[in-house]
Design a protein around this ligand. Structure first.
Ligand code: SF4
Ligand code: FES
Length: 249
């Protein structure tokens, strides 16, 4: 099929950037969205043009790198998948597709469609860890965990840190990401050692880095490729209150 592509081009973080039009033929419906961009880049190489920079790594929906806004939707029109899992059969011959990077103050554009998401790493460093004793590995199943807690923790741990929640939120809030990371640890006994300060420390870091606050728009849940639920935000908010009281002790 043939497509009309409108793609954001930006030389670096200082450049103003602009949308550039491309026509692309020979796209198979079986290609992934990233393979379609590969075909376009091959064409640009042949024509001695500047290739389009975009992030990717696993191409299996695991790493969270493929951060693209496609026709105004984070990861495109199909729910529950990342951009690398999106197939071109979701589009029609002759379609116009608008492709942009994540837009958020805390995710500055590096080049074209690539953004710097290291702000997420800084939030994790503020509290998203568990202290463990070094030495022999503990016996398996030595700490019993209820089935429901284990399931909820696993659901929260499905977050791949892609940033679609931030990109789709009108406040550019990272609450769903932070809440998923807080929950996966707070629900398990191993994570409860640092629980008193974790949520507060991570939310304070989120604010400091320029992410907005949550006003219950729920776009984050709707666009999350891993089905992370808003319930996690409620759990995290309880943790923040506990953290405030703990800090006053
Ligand atoms: S909560 Fe969902 S949208 Fe946000 S970073 Fe995690 S996987 Fe991506
Ligand atoms: S490239 Fe890893 S999730 Fe898409």
């Amino acid at each position: 099929m043939s497509l009309k592509l409108k793609i954001w081009r930006q030389k670096n973080s200082k450049d103003k950037g602009q949308m550039v039009d491309y026509n692309l033929d020979g796209v198979s419906p079986d290609m992934s969205f990233l393979e379609m961009l590969d075909i376009l880049n091959n064409k640009l190489v042949r024509e001695k043009g500047d290739q389009i920079a975009f992030d990717h790594d696993c191409r299996e929906g695991i790493c969270g790198m493929c951060s693209l806004m496609i026709n105004g939707q984070a990861h495109g029109p199909q729910g529950g998948v990342t951009t690398c899992q999106l197939h071109m059969r979701k589009f029609k011959n002759g379609d116009e597709i608008v492709i942009e990077p994540w837009r958020a103050k805390a995710f500055p554009v590096v080049k074209d469609l690539m953004v710097d998401r290291s702000a997420f790493d800084q939030i994790m460093a503020a509290g998203g860890y568990v202290n463990v004793n070094t030495g022999n590995a503990p016996d398996g199943n030595s700490i019993l965990i209820g089935h429901e807690e284990a399931e909820l923790a696993m659901d929260a741990a499905a977050c791949i840190g892609c940033g679609a929640c931030v990109a789709s939120c009108k406040n550019a809030s990272a609450m769903l990401f932070v809440a998923a990371k807080v929950s996966q640890l707070a629900l398990l006994p191993q994570g409860q050692v640092e629980a008193e300060h974790r949520a507060l420390a991570m939310v304070e870091k989120m604010d400091e880095l320029g992410f907005g606050n949550c006003t219950n728009e729920a776009e984050c849940e709707a666009q999350c490729p891993k089905g992370i639920k808003l319930d996690n935000i409620a759990r995290m908010n309880r943790g923040v209150v506990q953290g405030i009281f703990a800090a006053r002790k």
